[in-house]
Ligand binder design. Structure first.
Ligand SMILES: CC(C)(COP(=O)(O)OP(=O)(O)OC[C@H]1O[C@@H](n2cnc3c(N)ncnc32)[C@H](O)[C@@H]1OP(=O)(O)O)[C@@H](O)C(=O)NCCC(=O)NCCS
Length: 339
C-alpha cells in the first residue's frame, strides 16, 4: 500500500527526548538444540534461516507485567527519576497480563507511579514505535513531562511448540524508555511515521479468545490459542516496507545515511535485517542485530536492542538513530531520534 501522505514537518514547542532506558529478560535460555528435541529441526537450519541461536524464556510465574515492570524500573533508574514523576505509562504488548485490566495498570502498581495514567496498545511488533509516537504527542503538546514507553512480551506462552515453522522464532523479554519534555530543539523524536494494513491479518495472528472466538464457545480448531504465522508471505513484505519507511524518514528529515549512527530494526529474522541493510546500501556497522541471543520478542525487541546499544557504547548522546518495525496487523512504522 503506497500512501500519498504529505505530512508537513512541524516545529513543536517542546521536544520528547529519551532520558532513560532499561530492559529485562528472563534467565532461562532455550537453545536450538533444545528445540531440535521437541520438533523436527536442527541448529544448522535455524541458524542459517533466521540467525537465531538462543532465546530467553519465561518460567510459569514470570508474567508480562513482571517483565515490563522490571524493564521500567531500570529505565527510571537510568533516567534518575522518581516513580512519582511519571505522568504516563504505555505498554505495547500482544501477550498482556490478562484480557483486562491493562498490563500498564499492573506496571503502575509495581512502580508506585500513582500520578500516572496507564494503558496498553496492541500493534504487535510495531507496538513500541506506536507507543513512542503516542507519548511524543502528549509531551510535545506540553501537557505532560515524563512518559514510560514499554515493549513487553511473553510470546512463548502463545507459541505452539509442536509447530516447527513458528516455535523456533520467538522469545520473551521487555524493554523500556523514559520520554521526557525538553526545550532543547536539537534533541528528541524528530519524526515518526506509522502504517497499518488490516487486509493481511491472516498472515500473522492469534485468534483465541477474542469476541470472534470467545472463551464461552469450544474452539473449532484448538491451535487457535497459538500464534499462526505465514513466514514466507511476511518475509518479502517486511523487507520492502522497512526499506520504504527508512527512506521516508531520511527524506522527511532531510538526512542521509551518513547522518545516521545506527538503525535499530525490529529483530524478526537476521536475513530480513541483512536484506534491508543491503537494499538501503547501509554502511557496515550501522544496523544493529542481536536476534542471535533473543529471537523475535515482538514489541520488546527494539527497546532491548536499543538498551544494549547504549550499554555497549554503540550509540551515545547526540547520535541520530532510527527505530523501524514491522509486524502483525499488518503494521509498520519508524521513528527518528536525536539522542
Ligand atoms: C519462518 C522463516 C524462518 C522460514 O524460512 P524460509 O526460508 O522462508 O523457509 P520456508 O518457509 O520457505 O520453508 C523451507 C522448508 O523448510 C521447512 N521448515 C520450516 N521450518 C523448519 C524448521 N524449523 N526446521 C527445518 N525445516 C523447516 C519447510 O517445511 C520447508 O520445507 P519444504 O521446502 O519441504 O516445503 C522465514 O520465512 C521468516 O523468518 N519469516 C518471517 C517471520 C515472521 O513472520 N515473523 C513475525 C513477524 S515480525
Amino acid at each position: 500500500m503506497t500512501r500519498n501522505r504529505e505530512v508537513e514537518q512541524h516545529q513543536p514547542a517542546h521536544h520528547a527526548i529519551i532520558a532513560g532506558s532499561g530492559s529485562f529478560t528472563p534467565k532461562k535460555i532455550l537453545t536450538n538444540d533444545d528445540l531440535a528435541k521437541m520438533v523436527d529441526t536442527s541448529d544448522e537450519w535455524i541458524t542459517t534461516r533466521t540467525g537465531i541461536k538462543t532465546r530467553h524464556i519465561t518460567s510459569e510465574n514470570e508474567t508480562t507485567a513482571y517483565l515490563a515492570s522490571e524493564a521500567a524500573k531500570a529505565a527510571l533508574a537510568n533516567a534518575k527519576l522518581n516513580h512519582k514523576d511519571i505522568d504516563l505509562i504505555i505498554v505495547a504488548t500482544i501477550t498482556p497480563e490478562m484480557v483486562f485490566p491493562s498490563t500498564a495498570c499492573f506496571v503502575q502498581v509495581a512502580l508506585g507511579a500513582t500520578n500516572a495514567f496507564a494503558f496498553d496498545i496492541a500493534a504487535a511488533c510495531s507496538g513500541f514505535i506506536y507507543g513512542i509516537s503516542i507519548a511524543q504527542q502528549y509531551i510535545e503538546s506540553g501537557r505532560y513531562n515524563n512518559a514510560i514507553v514499554i515493549g513487553a512480551e511473553t510470546l512463548t506462552k502463545i507459541t505452539n511448540f509442536k509447530d516447527r515453522t513458528s516455535c523456533i522464532l520467538f522469545g520473551d523479554g521487555a524493554g523500556a524508555v523514559v520520554l521526557q519534555r525538553s526545550d532543547d530543539k536539537n534533541r528528541g523524536v524528530l519524526y515518526s511515521s506509522l502504517y497499518s494494513d488490516g487486509t493481511y491479518w491472516k498472515s500473522l495472528n492469534c485468534q483465541a479468545y477474542g469476541s470472534r472466538h470467545p472463551s464461552s464457545k469450544k474452539l473449532d480448531d484448538p491451535n487457535k490459542v497459538y500464534m499462526e504465522i505465514k513466514g514466507r508471505e511476511v518475509y518479502q513484505f517486511a523487507v520492502r516496507r522497512v526499506v520504504e519507511i527508512v527512506n521516508e524518514c531520511l527524506k522527511k528529515c532531510k538526512l542521509t545515511l551518513d547522518d545516521v549512527s545506527m538503525i535499530i530494526s525490529h529483530q524478526m529474522n537476521a536475513r530480513i535485517i541483512e536484506s534491508v541493510a543491503k537494499r538501503l546500501e547501509l554502511p557496515e556497522g550501522k544496523m544493529f542485530v542481536n536476534i542471535n541471543e533473543y529471537g523475535n520478542t515482538s514489541s520488546a525487541s527494539i527497546p532491548i536492542a536499543f538498551n544494549e546499544c547504549l550499554k555497549h557504547g554503540k550509540v551515545k548522546k547526540g547520535d541520530l538513530v532510527i527505530f523501524a518495525a514491522f509486524g502483525a496487523g499488518l503494521t509498520w512504522g519508524a521513528t527518528v531520534i536525536r539522542l
